[in-house]
Ligand binder design. Structure first.
Ligand code: F6P
Length: 316
């Protein structure tokens, strides 16, 4: 079988491990694997290369995605998608492994309706995909954020300040939640765990009165202006405060072992599903086991509120 592989949406550490696994496992089973450049854009522009085992050597430790990525909004149009489908068919590519987030899955679901045998792998730092405990790239991003929080605490303590740390995550608070717990944050504010400002100011005043030299607030992006919040905390809680927006730094870097393993497992599993003529599904890991679900059960679905929130209330 000829199988295409692409990465799409925001890049995530471990995407390369997943592509490598698709290529190596695919070759092991006698398939031909084509790397599609820059996500769905490469399908439209017919930018695809035959990948060999050698093409993916040295890729395990590399951050980002060597295939390139894009958001390709034009792919939402059926006539544009048809160009991509024709390009695949021209080369005899029947199977397609897409690695990305919800937008990527939507594209794959549409392609599946147009006769392409699609498998989705969850690749995004946001951990916002239903049907999986973890997405590829999430755990590396958490490590990066924790490292930043540890460093911010050094300077906060020295100056007796409160540090506000804004993480990515879009509508999902998992980056802030996991990194906040690991970094010992006093407050974790996410879409799933909104803030009670007055309560926060009160607790910060108490911290200050008790002689605490620092406080850490971790907050998901797009909730509020963190610099304005820092000014408010300084004024109303009497705790000098500064905000740091981590931004794209949390998307880069060499994948941690968990993401290398997750990418490798998911890439291999995708090929095995195609071997068994199973497609139109996306892969997940649940309680350490590989699982797959139809795209329709996952696309646009919210993950349940994380159990760890119960812990936060007791230990922060
Ligand atoms: O989906 C991953 C992500 O990093 C989100 O956390 C963030 O909101 C978004 O991508 C940023 O997108 P872009 O790279 O298009 O600016």
């Amino acid at each position: 079988m000829k199988i295409g592989v692409l990465t799409s949406g925001g890049d995530a550490p471990g995407m390369n491990a997943a592509v490598r696994a698709v290529v190596r496992a695919g070759l092991t089973y006698g398939h031909e694997i084509y790397g599609i450049k820059d996500g769905y854009s490469g399908m439209i522009n017919d930018d695809m290369v035959l990948l060999t085992s050698h093409s993916v050597s040295g890729m395990l430790s590399l951050g980002g995605t060597f295939l390139g990525t894009s958001r390709a909004p034009e792919f939402l149009k059926e006539e544009v998608r048809q160009i991509g489908v024709d390009n695949l068919k021209k080369r005899g590519i029947e199977g397609l492994v897409v690695i990305g987030g919800d937008g990527t899955y939507r594209g794959a679901m549409d392609l599946a309706r147009m006769g392409i045998k699609c498998i989705g792998l969850p690749g995004t730092i946001d951990n916002d995909i239903a049907g999986t405990d973890f997405t590829i790239g999430f755990q590396t991003a958490v490590e990066t954020i924790v490292d930043a929080i540890d460093k911010l605490r050094d300077t906060s303590t020295s100056h007796q300040r409160c540090s506000i740390v804004e993480t990515m995550g879009r509508r999902c608070g998992d980056l802030a939640l996991f990194a906040g717990i690991c970094g010992g944050a006093e407050f974790i504010i996410t879409p799933e765990n909104p803030m009670d400002k007055e309560q926060m100011f009160k607790r910060l005043r108490e911290h200050k009165a008790a002689g605490r030299r620092h406080a850490i607030v971790v907050i998901t992006e797009k909730i509020l202006d963190v610099h304005a919040l820092a000014e408010e905390i300084t004024e109303k809680a009497g705790f000098a405060s500064r905000a740091t927006v981590l931004g794209y730094i949390q998307r880069g870097g060499s994948p941690c072992p968990e993401d290398r393993i997750l990418g490798s497992r998911m890439g291999t599993y995708a090929v095995e599903l195609l071997n068994d003529d199973v497609y139109g599904v996306c892969v997940g890991v649940r309680d350490s086991r590989m699982v797959h679900l139809p795209f329709a059960n996952v696309v646009g679905q919210q993950r349940p509120k994380n159990e760890l929130y119960k812990l936060v209330k007791k230990i922060s």
